[in-house]
Design a protein around this ligand. Sequence first.
Ligand SMILES: [Zn+2]
Length: 164
Amino acid sequence: MNKEEIKDIQCECPHCNLMNCYETKYEDISVFLCFTCGFTSNSKMIVDSEYVKKEFEQNQQVAKFIKNMQYTDTIRNLVWYPTVLQFPSLGVIFPEPINDTEWEWVYAQEVPILEEEKEKFKMDGTDEYYKTKLDVENAKHYNKFDFYTACIDAKIIIQPTTIN
Ligand SMILES: [Zn+2]
């Protein structure tokens, strides 16, 4: 896809009500991501749709607390969830619960696995070892409305307003 075909539109986030949300239009789908609260949705995530049931509500890979954070956008009739951003060689930004009602953002960097610990990182069914791991012990934590700083620290290039 050419960059020219992608267009970002700034909009109000239905979850935190701030104007730091961006809608990116691709050929057949619109993706929403708020850089304040980190909630995301896309035009397929229609309330009560099979897509949402299959990809989120009944998906074992999606953590239960993320499912519980489902937010209904009554204007667009879409459901939103906190995002999980994974970047090869950079790491992962993910939401983490603090207690029953509160949560925060976490950025864990991808780091090389040391020789002395490599036995713990053997690939199942092979003689191969993983070369990198997520450094969860030294992960950085952010307020739930500070998703943006987590993105900066992860060195993700974010300049949505300059795209065009
Ligand atoms: Zn938001």
